[in-house]
Design a protein around this ligand. Sequence first.
Ligand SMILES: Nc1nc2c(ncn2[C@@H]2O[C@H](COP(=O)(O)OP(=O)(O)OP(=O)(O)O)[C@@H](O)[C@H]2O)c(=O)[nH]1
Ligand SMILES: [Mg+2]
Length: 391
Amino acid sequence: MLSLALAGKPNAGKSTFYTAATMADVDVANYPFTTIDANRGVSHARTRCPCLDLEERCGNCEDGKRYVPVELLDVAGLVPGAHEGRGLGNQFLDELTNADAIVNVVDAAGATDEEGQPVEVGAHDPIEDVDFVEEEMDMWLMGIIEDNWESVERRSRSPDFDLEETLTDVLTGFGATEADVSAVLRAFEYPPDPKNWDDEHREALAREMRAQTKPLLIAANKVDEAPAENLDRLLELDRMVEPTTADGELALRRAAEAGLIEYDPGDEDFTITGDISDQQRQGLQRVREAMAEYGGTGVQASLNAAVYDLLDHVTVYPVQDQSKWTDGQGEVLPDAFLLPRGSTPKDLAYAVHSDIGEGYLHAVDAREGREISDDHELEEGDVIRIVSTAQ
Ligand SMILES: Nc1nc2c(ncn2[C@@H]2O[C@H](COP(=O)(O)OP(=O)(O)OP(=O)(O)O)[C@@H](O)[C@H]2O)c(=O)[nH]1
Ligand SMILES: [Mg+2]
């Protein structure tokens, strides 16, 4: 499963975002909330369910809104200097190791200082919080590379030394693959002999590796309180920025669970359906105002941006019956897989099961009802029948 980590300063709203995004959604019954542990849960990317192209809804979506599971990690607050052990230090950088992408939750209201202590709204410039998470991660990785350089040099004396392979061994704990290492090595100039590398080379390697393996998105949180000018400046940055109100999303999910409103995560608005107090009405009205400005609370939009834009994945639906789009039990569109863009039918077969992958014969595009080539690049919403000796 894809894994997204929420990182950022203390008090930015990470746990609020996490709680809202991993809350049980009784309506999406096929993907029950799964607590892995306190800070590791299941959330979803939202996409258009292919059953909208059938006569009837499939039963695995919410009226055509399909929620595909992704892992979400709530990482404890980072402060500047964490890579040197400040605040709660390295432990939390270690927690980021498993993540495919990072959502840096920033307090766009500027109501907390650089250590996360509450200050007056607008007293702290949130732009300062944008860079430091990246900087901490880069410096942390730089530390790992420096600590291992002696062994890289030692291995370089062996006649069959391979830099790519050696660096992959060193960085695998950070989630780097050999493909990541070769992509990074191709992108910058460095001396062929590790003995001749200096700190600048190692720093460049650390920064490139971090960007390659842990791309980052900014959730400009607390938009309900944030001065408009802060939002404007954050949105002008040359980065992926999603305005959010995590608190607003949490209020909506709780109200929906209590049957007070109709709201599906990622909707632009909600409808009040239950008996609510004046106070509740006022609270919801404030959320609605923030939503009107940005087309929703931004929580679902952040998860979607991470999965579909930053990580560039597509949602693909394997089926066994190419005309009914069902599995062996007759369930319509039972599964949705997130695969990197560029994945082929065989990659999908392996994602379903390694046996299916090994026995792969060919694949059928169930929308068109015709066989597709083995190098066909899967697209968002593809419904695919895999023909395999292992079925
Ligand atoms: N106004 C407003 N407040 C929010 C929003 N999201 C979170 N908060 C508040 O910000 C405070 C901190 O939220 P948390 O979710 O605990 O922050 P955190 O980033 O997990 O903090 P640490 O665990 O200490 O790192 C709480 O009082 C939240 O209610 C938001 O969208 N708007
Ligand atoms: Mg927290």
